[in-house]
Design a binder for this molecule. Structure first.
Ligand SMILES: [Fe+2]
Length: 477
């Protein structure tokens, strides 16, 4: 697949090398999509595992700040069971054991299965671990690979998926991602869309957990919530927010000194990843605001050069759908993103793809009237990947003309990959689902905001400088 993208990638690299090139584009591609309906509950993609009370909906996420732990979660559908994980570096050995916790919940007339969360810590970097959950005939075995140690030049590949849902389009996205070489997923919110069903039917949370298990049991998905996770239904007597999401999806928030599982940070390979909650308070003095202020100060670009932020509602979006919904978070946080030279901000919510140039609007205030975003070398690139394929369908109405800040946009389903190569370069790709085929569509080489600046580049050793040439970079692919 790398060979296929070579020509397009070369073109983008050349564009990157030419200063001031503006090539903003609204793709005219129109795909003939699968119908935006959920796969039926008896679909083979939702199949329950064999055996009485067998663990299902298995998913793992990073369990600490630096990638030496995982949280393994699963559901036993029929009755309580031990929350034990047996694991080992050798297949079939399982000589180590971790003990977790069990919970369940009700949502109106739905009663969940027994949800287990088990922290497995003290792992070695860059190591394959095998693990087993369940007992007897119902036991199930999986494996995962730990990331490389935190290192300034650690290479690593993330997938980025948003607004996935459980339609045939969702399946196409997931199947393409499984072949992408991604080692971990940055998920930007809106998981199951169970809230689209009468009484927010939790059965659709269960089917979604079984659907994504083919990836989530084997590699960590870094979770973030979206509006479909809020599930505030006082008419049903459900007055707490994010109830099913918080019961089912654990995050290692305490490791980053957060007071809530809704916002947190993890470091993985050469990346510092900050997860923000679009639907939790974030204005000045709120817990999320206070935490982010502190977390940005803890970022050490000498250890984790790539600074990535995840949120659900995009700050820059030129689609008619959800237009301006990220504006309040932009007003709160954009100046910090510029100050700390955030590399990339990934969001979902809008069911289309869009990538911005490096722009900021931090000079705007209600008095000055400087209301247009301007090119800003210290600003992040904003990428919207809300195109996982859920039942709400595509958002195909973009504002016309395309605003100057928008580099590329297309209303198709798909997912992205971000391949961190070293401290200075990353290869990014957005992959369209093209009627079952996977088509790399938007290819960009990103220069690191901290290390690729002229002053710091001079400090780099020769071995890193070679990637600055097109030839050197291509040799890494
Ligand atoms: Fe959303």
């Amino acid at each position: 697949m790398r060979g296929l993208g070579f020509a397009a990638l070369s073109l983008h690299v050349l564009l990157c090398l030419v200063n001031g090139v503006s090539s903003r584009r609204t793709s005219s591609y129109v795909r003939s999509e699968f119908p935006s309906t959920d796969m039926p509950l008896d679909s083979e993609w939702f199949a329950t595992p064999k055996g009485y009370n067998a663990p299902q909906q298995v998913h793992i996420t990073q369990g600490d700040y630096d990638g030496k732990a995982v949280i393994i979660s699963w559901v036993t559908p029929s009755e309580p069971a031990p929350s034990q994980v047996f694991y080992s570096k050798e297949e079939n050995r399982y000589d180590q054991k971790a003990e977790g916790t069990m919970t369940n919940y009700t949502f109106y007339d739905y009663k969940s299965g027994y949800i287990h969360h088990c922290l497995v810590d003290g792992l070695q970097y860059n190591t394959k671990y095998y693990y087993k959950i369940g007992t007897g005939d119902s036991a199930r075995e999986f494996w995962f690979q730990t990331p490389p140690a935190i290192d300034i030049d650690a290479s690593y590949t993330f997938g980025i998926i948003g607004d996935l849902g459980q339609t045939f389009n969702s399946l196409s996205t997931l199947q393409h991602y499984l072949k992408s070489g991604g080692e971990s997923v940055l998920f930007v919110g809106d998981l199951s869309y169970a809230d689209r069903y009468q009484h927010n039917d939790g059965i659709r949370w269960d089917s979604w957990g079984r659907f994504v298990e083919r990836s989530t049991a084997y590699q960590p998905w870094i979770w973030n919530s979206g509006n479909h996770e809020i599930e505030y239904r006082p008419d049903l007597g459900e007055t707490s927010t994010f109830k099913p999401y918080l019961h089912r999806y654990s995050t290692p928030y305490l490791a980053s000194k957060s007071s809530s599982p809704m916002w947190y940070a993890v470091r993985r390979a050469s990346a510092h990843i900050i997860v923000l909650s679009s639907y939790s308070p974030f204005v000045k003095y709120t817990p999320q605001w206070m935490w982010l202020k502190g977390e940005l100060k803890r970022v050490d670009r000498e250890k984790t050069p790539w600074l990535i932020v995840l949120m659900h509602a995009p700050m820059y979006n030129s689609n008619d759908a959800h237009f301006m919904e990220g504006e309040s978070m932009r007003a709160a946080f954009e100046k910090w993103f510029v100050k700390y030279k955030v590399d990339l901000v990934f969001a979902g919510h809008v069911h289309a793809y869009e990538r911005s140039y490096r722009i900021s609007n931090i000079n705007y205030n209600v008095t000055s009237g400087n209301r247009y975003p301007v090119p800003d070398k210290s600003a992040p690139v904003y990428i919207t990947v809300g195109d996982g394929g859920n039942q709400e369908g595509l958002a195909w109405r973009f504002s016309d003309p395309q605003p100057d800040y928008s580099a590329f946009r297309e209303a198709s389903y798909g997912h992205s990959t971000l391949q961190l190569i070293n401290r200075t370069h990353a290869v990014y790709q957005w992959n369209r689902n093209d009627d079952g085929k996977h088509v790399p569509t938007d290819n960009v080489v990103f220069h690191n905001q901290y290390w690729a600046s002229n002053t710091r580049r001079r400090r780099l050793k020769k071995k890193h400088l070679r990637y600055e040439s097109l030839e050197g970079l291509m040799s890494m692919l």
